[in-house]
Design a binder for this molecule. Structure first.
Ligand SMILES: Nc1nc(=O)c2c([nH]1)NC[C@@H]1CN(c3ccc(C(=O)N[C@@H](CCC(=O)O)C(=O)O)cc3)CN21
Ligand SMILES: CC(C)C(=O)C(=O)O
Ligand SMILES: [Mg+2]
Length: 275
């Protein structure tokens, strides 16, 4: 595990950083025992955990509850928490209060989608003691502006805008940036230009680290997954098989067995409790 403050050091050392999303205490405890560098309590929780069609319904209370759960399951795991849709857009005091709630819930830093309109907020948060991660390329909170979850930065002008914005995020004090769904060549160039690590998701292999949604890589999703996902487990099939076995065992009277129930008090001499 790596402290968020060490992210730029890790880049300088040349070892790739690994992140996954995490929304709950069970997976947090499992991930803390691996060599994962940090987890993201992403606003993708709205889609993955709450069944919503986009991330727009995530709010500060939702992210805060998931941060609390992850921190409860993993006291030492570095946690980055997403600032949800519009939480940075109404005013600086509102954004500071929202970020403060995520930090108080156990986050070690926060992630903000996009640069434009955040030029004053990002250094203010960093100066206030809150490590900030940037997020460029496909920023899902702008799905309705993009007109879908599409690859970003395909033409020269768009690629240049993302490149300029990544440099600006570095100058504003971000400790790293997530770069989502851009051509691999653009990912490579941005990683080469920045001193802070570029954590890619659909940005090719020549960036400084990778992040995926945990349920996607475990095959626990229900629908279609993006092209950039590699499946390391067939989670949905394993869960269905286990539940099918349980139903079969109950119907057959095989569950519970002798060691999966309690003996009668009369037979054990246990007088029981009257409290
Ligand atoms: N489960 C999950 N995984 C994610 O990676 C994820 C979320 N949810 N929710 C928030 C965003 C949305 N994301 C997405 C969703 C879809 C595509 C997708 O289907 N992309 C097309 C690209 C098509 C193109 O422009 O060429 C693809 O075919 O991969 C990409 C990122 C990434 N994030
Ligand atoms: C996909 C990652 C980068 C994210 O922002 C999320 O899971 O919300
Ligand atoms: Mg997100």
């Amino acid at each position: 595990m790596t402290r968020l403050a060490d992210f730029p050091v890790r880049k300088a050392a040349g070892t790739r950083l690994t992140m996954l999303t995490c929304y709950d205490a069970v997976f947090a405890a499992l991930l803390q025992e691996t060599a994962i560098d940090a987890v993201l309590v992403g606003d993708s929780a709205a889609m993955v955990m709450h069944g919503q069609p986009s991330t727009l319904t995530a709010d500060i209370g939702m992210i805060e509850a998931h941060v609390r759960a992850v921190r409860a399951g993993a006291p030492k795991l570095p946690i980055v928490a997403d600032m949800p849709f519009l939480s940075t857009r109404t005013s600086t005091p509102a954004a500071v209060e929202a970020a403060g709630r995520l930090m108080a819930a156990g986050a070690d830093g926060i992630k903000i989608e996009g640069l434009l309109g955040h030029e004053q907020l990002i250094p203010h948060l960093v100066q206030s003691g809150i490590p900030v991660m940037g997020h460029l390329g496909l920023t899902p909170q702008s799905v309705h502006v993009f007109g879908g979850y599409r690859v970003q930065g395909r033409d020269a002008a768009a690629a240049d805008a993302i490149r300029q914005q990544s440099l600006q995020l570095q100058q504003l004090g971000c400790f790293g940036i997530v770069l989502e769904c851009v051509p691999a060549g653009l990912g490579t160039e941005i990683a080469r230009e920045l001193q802070i690590p570029v954590i890619g998701i659909g940005a090719g292999s020549l960036v400084d680290g990778q992040i995926l949604v945990l349920q996607d890589m475990l095959g626990l999703g229900t629908g279609r997954v993006p092209r950039f996902v590699r499946r390391y487990m067939d989670g949905s099939a394993d869960v269905t098989t286990a539940v099918t076995h349980y139903i079969k065992d109950v119907h057959a009277g095989d569950f519970p067995g002798p060691n999966e129930q309690y003996a009668d008090s009369a037979n054990t001499g246990d007088a029981g409790s009257n409290g």
